[in-house]
Design a protein around this ligand. Structure first.
Ligand code: V47
Length: 344
C-alpha cells in the first residue's frame, strides 16, 4: 500500500466513518490479527511539584491543586513491593519537574527497585523530565541518558510529546522541552539500543493538521531508528486546569484520530488505546479502528485522573480481559517490549 502523505491523511478524516474503520482494521489485522495486548503494570507518580507550567496539566501543585507531595524512596519501594506480589511486570514512573530534590533522588530510586526486583521492567522519565534534569542540574542529555541506563531504567515512556507544532506547543506548554529537543532525546535513547513510546495530547486547541504533522514527525524519526514501540493518543481531560476548553472532543473525532494514526504511522508497530483518557468503552471500540493495545491494568494513576479521568484505581485483570474477550478480541498479556507472556 502506498504511504499516506499529509493530504491523504486529511482526506482520511473526511471519509465515511465505517469505511475509514475498515481501512484501519485491515492494517491492524495485517500486523496483529485479533490480538489485543495489555500489560499488568503500575503507575507511580512520585512528586507533583513542578518547575514548569503547562496549561493542560491538573496534576502539578498549583493554586488549583495546592496539595503538593513528594514521596520518600521508602514510600515508593513499599508500592513496588505490593505490586510485585500481584505479579505486575512493569513499573511506570513519571514525576513533575521538581526543583527541590536532587538528581540522585530521581536516579537512585531506579537503582533500588532494580536491585530488589531485577525482574521488573522500569519504564521511567519522559523526555520532558530528561530535559528538565539536564537544564536544572547542568548535565547533557547524553549524560542523563547514560545515568538512567546505569541506574536500571529499561525504557522511556512517551509523555511530554503533547503536540509538536511549535505555535500550539507555545500556547499550551511554553518553556518546557521543545519538539526538536523531545526528538533529540528519543533519538539518542534509540541509538543506545533502547525502546520508547510516543504520545499525542489531542482534543484541546489543536487542529487536524496539527495532529497529522505530529504523526509525520514521529514517522520520520521512526524511519531512522525504529525505536518507538507504540503510539499513544491521549484524549485531553478538561477538569482542574488552565486551558479552559468548553466543548470536549467528540467520540467520533477520537475514534477517527485512532484510525488515521494507524494508517499514517505504518512503521510504528503498536497503537495504544489508553483507556484512562478515552474511557474503556471507546478504547474497546478503538480495537475495530486500528488499536491493538489497551495499555494495562494500571492500578493507580494520578496525572490524568487529576484532570477528570476515571483511572485513579486502575482495573482488575479478570474484568479487563473479559471486556476484551467479550468485544471479540484475544487478550494477550505482553511484557513491556511486546513479547507475549500469556493468552487470557
Ligand atoms: O505527558 C497531562 C498527559 C502525559 C493531561 O508511554 C494529560 O506507555 C490528558 O505520557 N488530559 C503523561 N492528558 C502520561 C503518559 C503516558 C500514559 C500512558 C502510557 C504511556 C506510555 C505514557 O499525560 C503527559 C501529558 O501529555 N496529560 N495532563 C490532561 N489534562
Amino acid at each position: 500500500m502506498k504511504r499516506v502523505n499529509f493530504e491523504d491523511a486529511m482526506r482520511l478524516y473526511d471519509m465515511d466513518f465505517f469505511e475509514l474503520g475498515l481501512l484501519a482494521d485491515a492494517k491492524r489485522q495485517e500486523l496483529h490479527g485479533k490480538k489485543t495486548y495489555f500489560n499488568i503494570n503500575r503507575h507511580i507518580n512520585p512528586t507533583n511539584i513542578c518547575a514548569d507550567i503547562c496549561k493542560f496539566c491538573a496534576y502539578s501543585a498549583t493554586r488549583k491543586n495546592p496539595n503538593e507531595y513528594t514521596m520518600s524512596h521508602e514510600d515508593i519501594l513499599q508500592i513496588v513491593k505490593e505490586m510485585d506480589k500481584r505479579e505486575a511486570k512493569e513499573v511506570h514512573i513519571v514525576s513533575a519537574h521538581n526543583p527541590n530534590v536532587s538528581l540522585d533522588w530521581y536516579l537512585k530510586i531506579f537503582k533500588k527497585i532494580k536491585e530488589q526486583y531485577p525482574h521488573l521492567h522500569i519504564k521511567a522519565l519522559t523526555a520532558a523530565e530528561v530535559d528538565f534534569l539536564s537544564r536544572h542540574h547542568g548535565y547533557t542529555y547524553d549524560e542523563i541518558l547514560d545515568m538512567m541506563l546505569e541506574n536500571g531504567v529499561d525504557s522511556m515512556p512517551g509523555g511530554g510529546a503533547e503536540i509538536f507544532d511549535e505555535k500550539v506547543r507555545d500556547y499550551i506548554c511554553k518553556g518546557k522541552v521543545t519538539s526538536d529537543q523531545w526528538f533529540e532525546i528519543h533519538r539518542k535513547w534509540h541509538e543506545r539500543g533502547k525502546k520508547s513510546n510516543v504520545t499525542m495530547l489531542f482534543g484541546h486547541v489543536e487542529s487536524r493538521e496539527n495532529r497529522i504533522d505530529h504523526m509525520m514527525r514521529i514517522r520520520e524519526l521512526q524511519d531512522l531508528t525504529g525505536g518507538f514501540n507504540s503510539f499513544i493518543p491521549l484524549v485531553y481531560q478538561t477538569k482542574n486546569n488552565y486551558l479552559n476548553i468548553e466543548i470536549p472532543i467528540t467520540a467520533n473525532e477520537i475514534i477517527k484520530t485512532m484510525a488515521v494514526s494507524r494508517l499514517v504511522l505504518d512503521n510504528v508497530p503498536n497503537l495504544k488505546a489508553y483507556w484512562v483518557t478515552s474511557t474503556i468503552n471507546l478504547a474497546l471500540l478503538s480495537q475495530e479502528f486500528g488499536a491493538n493495545d489497551l495499555d494495562g491494568t494500571i492500578e493507580k494513576e494520578s496525572i490524568n485522573s487529576a484532570a477528570g479521568a476515571k483511572s485513579a484505581d486502575g482495573m482488575d485483570v479478570e474484568e479487563f480481559t473479559s471486556l476484551i474477550k467479550n468485544s471479540g478480541f484475544i487478550p494477550v498479556e505482553r511484557d513491556s517490549l511486546y513479547n507475549e507472556i500469556k493468552i487470557w
